[in-house]
Structures are given as C-alpha cells and as structure tokens.
Design a protein around this ligand. Structure first.
Ligand code: AMP
Length: 278
C-alpha cells in the first residue's frame, strides 16, 4: 500500500496503475461503514484508493472541526488489512493554499435539510469531492447511504459537470442494536449512547407504519417526533419525509421517499435515514 502525503506523490503513483480504480473519500477515524465502502470498491475494481482528509470547508464556524476524532496510524493499518493500493492524506494547506478561490455550488437540493441546518456545508463537500476526483481520477467512487443528501448532491455534481466518474451507493452499516456507525459516535458517553438509539427507533417506527399501509407523511412525522420527544437527552433538528430524488417534502408517500432525521444527543448532532419504496 502506497501512502501519499501530498498531491504530486499521489499522482505519480496513480499514473503507474493499470485498469479501473475504485475510490473511497473519507475524513478518517475509520469504522466498519467506511470499510464496507472499501470492500465494495475493491470487489468492483482492479485498484482501490482511499483518501483521508478532514475537510475544513465543510464545517461551520461553530462546528466540531477542531474536536473531530483522528487516528491516522490505526486508519492506515485497517486499510492495509483491506489491501488498499493507494492512500491520499493531503494537508489542508495543500488542498486550500493561500488565495484559493474556486467553489462548487450545487443548486436546489442543497438548500434543504442538512444544507439549511449547516450553511455552506455542501459547498465545502462538493468542492472537496470535485478536487479529489480531479486528483484521483477514479473509475468509480463509493459513498454511504448514511449521508443520503450528500449522495444526491455528489451524483448531481458528477452528472452536471460531466465528471465521468460512476457514483456508487453503499447501504448504511449499523451497530448490533441499530445505531448507524459514525466517527462522531465516539463523542457519546454511555447514557447518550443509549439515548442515541432513538434515531433508529424513530426510523423503524416509520417503516412499520408504512408497511401497515400508512401513506400520510404528516401522520408518520408526528409519530416519529412524539417518540423522539420522549427521550430527554434528544433535541430534534429536523424530521423529514421527502421525495427520494429531489428531497422535496411529501404530504403523501406516493413515490420513493427518504425518511431522514437530525437529532442532537447532548452536544452531539447525529443523522440517519431510511428509504421507503413508495
Ligand atoms: P466520513 O468519513 O464521515 O466523511 O464518511 C466517508 C464516507 O463513508 C461517506 O461516503 C459516508 O457516507 C460513508 N459512511 C459513513 N458512515 C457510514 C455507515 N455507517 N455506513 C455506510 N457508509 C458510511
């Protein structure tokens, strides 16, 4: 496994590869969710590349950039075990040198949900992913369904800008009890970890109501909200039932829908989602 700490080093190693390249962009502190993306990339491509970069431009000024967990040595040993070929670990000064001034803004879908709660977040995400695609030149890039809106944004950017990269969706990997794996779960203390289950419980409630035939999105949103409000450590940011391709809120679930939520557990903001067939 070649670890490149800067862009020229990565490009030189990339030039020597033959055949397809599967790429997994991450912010590190790797868990089984990330590794599932890596395994898919490896199964479907001749070569596999992973980036580890905590992208400052996708964090708001009051968010957790400084506290974001990191453990590069452990990450690299996990990637070695997965037989990854190439790792890119650039520093922020190389990705955003003084005078940096080009941004990718995806319109429409970025204005809702995570985009509304975290102004500028998707501008940072789209920009760094565009830069990484230009550096890595992957055949396919793998993203987790855990960040459903991010996937829609990346797919739209890649299509709109003719990037020629196939964007592949990988289902959410969960802990034994249903909590979606996230690097941010490390912020939770024992009691908060218990409370954090309320996200999965609310999504399961939505799935059950839907499978019993409930199609009124307001009814499902209200039931989910009531369930989360019973948990004293939880504070709802949003509960959404939206069209799976546009993320427009639905009043009736008459087409594929994403049920998504953002909830603060203590100081930790968690997101999760499921898709309903319609
Ligand atoms: P991050 O390091 O949080 O930026 O995530 C890097 C990639 O891993 C993104 O495409 C995420 O959607 C994906 N990912 C994060 N958590 C999970 C999970 N629990 N299951 C599947 N994919 C995930």
């Amino acid at each position: 496994m070649k670890v490149a700490y800067n862009i020229p080093e990565f490009r030189e190693a990339r030039r020597k590869l033959n055949g397809s390249l599967g790429f997994v962009p991450t912010m590190g502190y790797l868990h089984e969710g990330h590794l599932e993306l890596v395994r898919r990339a490896r199964a479907e491509n001749k070569n596999t590349a992973v980036s580890i970069f905590i992208n400052p431009t996708q964090f708001g000024p009051r968010e957790d950039l400084a506290a974001y967990p990191r453990d590069p040595d452990r990450d690299l040993s996990r990637l070695r075990e997965e037989k990854v070929d190439l790792v890119l670990m650039p520093d922020a000064a190389e990705m955003y040198p003084p005078g940096y001034g080009t941004w990718v803004n995806v319109e429409g879908v970025t204005e809702r949900l995570e985009g509304a709660a975290r102004p500028g977040h998707f501008r940072g995400v789209a920009t760094v992913v565009a830069k990484l695609f230009n550096i890595v030149e992957p055949t396919r890039a793998y993203f987790g369904e855990k960040d459903a809106q991010q996937l829609i944004v990346i797919k739209k950017m890649a299509a709109d800008l003719d990037m020629g990269v196939q964007v592949i969706t990988v289902p959410t990997v969960r802990e034994f009890d249903g909590l979606a794996m996230s690097s941010r779960n490390v912020y939770l203390d024992l009691e908060e970890r218990e409370s954090a289950l309320v996200l999965h419980k609310a999504l399961t409630l939505a799935r059950n109501l839907h499978s019993k035939g409930e199609r009124n999105a307001d009814v499902i949103r209200k039931e989910m909200t009531a369930l989360i409000q019973e948990e004293p450590r939880a504070k709802i940011d949003y509960v959404s039932i939206a069209d799976a391709s546009t993320l427009d809120e639905l009043s009736s679930i008459d087409r594929p829908a994403v049920v998504s939520l953002a909830v603060k557990i203590g100081k930790t903001r968690l997101i999760d989602n499921i898709t309903l067939a319609g």
